[in-house]
Design a protein around this ligand. Structure first.
Ligand SMILES: [Zn+2]
Length: 113
């Protein structure tokens, strides 16, 4: 991979990282425990609140996983191993890296696993 390509991936991954962190920060308030709202009417709204909170937790979990993958990819850029397959060290197809810059396996290793 050329230096220029690597820097493009670094810029893209860094942007993803800060975007995820921004979303996580603004979503944090959705994760507060569900409070019983005595002004709301009955059970339905409480169920809604609990479901909403579960959806927020699921989204937060996914964001956290993606953030870890993005940070892992950035570390691989720093160590010069970005774009190389983790198990076999073959170069990963640039088109696949462009589609998902956090992948760590070549096509053969994905299909073989
Ligand atoms: Zn491989």
């Amino acid at each position: 991979m050329m230096e220029e390509e690597r820097e493009q991936f670094r810029a893209k991954l860094t942007a993803m990282q800060s975007e995820i962190r921004t979303i996580s920060g603004s979503a944090a308030q959705d994760l507060k425990p569900v409070m019983l709202d005595h002004t709301s009417v009955g059970r339905v709204s409480r169920v809604d609140a609990i479901q909403l909170r579960q959806m927020s937790q699921e989204a937060a979990r996914r964001r956290q996983q993606l953030l870890l993958k993005v940070e892992w990819a950035l570390r691989r850029i720093d160590s010069g191993r970005f774009g190389l397959c983790f198990p076999c060290e073959a170069e990963i197809d640039l088109r696949r890296l462009n589609a998902d810059s956090t992948i760590t396996r070549c096509r053969d290793c994905v299909e073989g696993s």
